[in-house]
Design a protein. Structure first.
Length: 185
């Protein structure tokens, strides 16, 4: 995990133009203690881990979310955890993008992915939303799908009728093993 994840993050933050605006890292999730350990909140968990591991400022309320600032790879970056709930994440992200004047390719979004095995990760620029309401909201508010996406597999419950309850429930005890290994990586 460690060296591969570092290489992926390093490539996401490579930017030779030092005058470019801040990179925006977005962790998708739902606010509040009720959702803290939910599968749907893996994006928040990653955002917290990056901020902690890289000495970012404490999170503070801004843009209808929680914002932290710091540096990654010598580049200024901000981490945003929208508090508008998953389905309205775009309003929070859109406000931050407008304020910082961030280009879509400098936005990196971490989110849960049902169609990936637990702990697997895929990175891509742009694409569809595959029914993910957080991505739908981002695309609507940003007017583009051309942002970087880091899909983190949470697995599928096996039955489409169980999806909502599955993503809005906490990880199983056995899942904690891969979650605890993945987050610091």
């Amino acid at each position: 995990w460690g060296s591969n994840m570092f290489a992926v993050l390093k490539s996401l933050f490579s930017n030779n133009d030092k005058d470019k605006p801040v990179f925006l890292i977005v962790g998708l999730g739902n606010p509040g203690d009720k959702y803290k350990g939910n599968r749907h909140n893996i994006g928040f968990m990653v955002a917290d881990e990056i901020a902690s591991d890289h000495g970012f400022s404490p999170f503070r309320k801004k843009f209808q979310g929680q914002l932290s600032e710091g540096r990654l790879g010598g580049q200024k970056a901000a981490i945003l955890k929208p508090e508008t709930y998953m389905n309205e994440s775009g309003s929070s992200v859109g406000a931050a993008v407008k304020f910082f004047k961030i280009e879509p390719e400098n936005i990196i979004v971490f989110f849960d992915e049902l169609d990936l095995a637990p702990g697997k990760m895929r990175v891509r620029l742009g694409g569809g939303n595959a029914g993910h309401n957080g991505l739908k909201s981002l695309q609507q508010h940003l007017g583009t799908a051309d942002f970087k996406r880091v899909r983190i597999g949470i697995g599928h419950p096996g039955d489409k009728k169980r999806v909502s309850g599955y993503v809005l429930s906490d990880f199983y005890k056995e899942d904690q093993i891969w979650v605890e290994k993945m987050l610091p990586a």
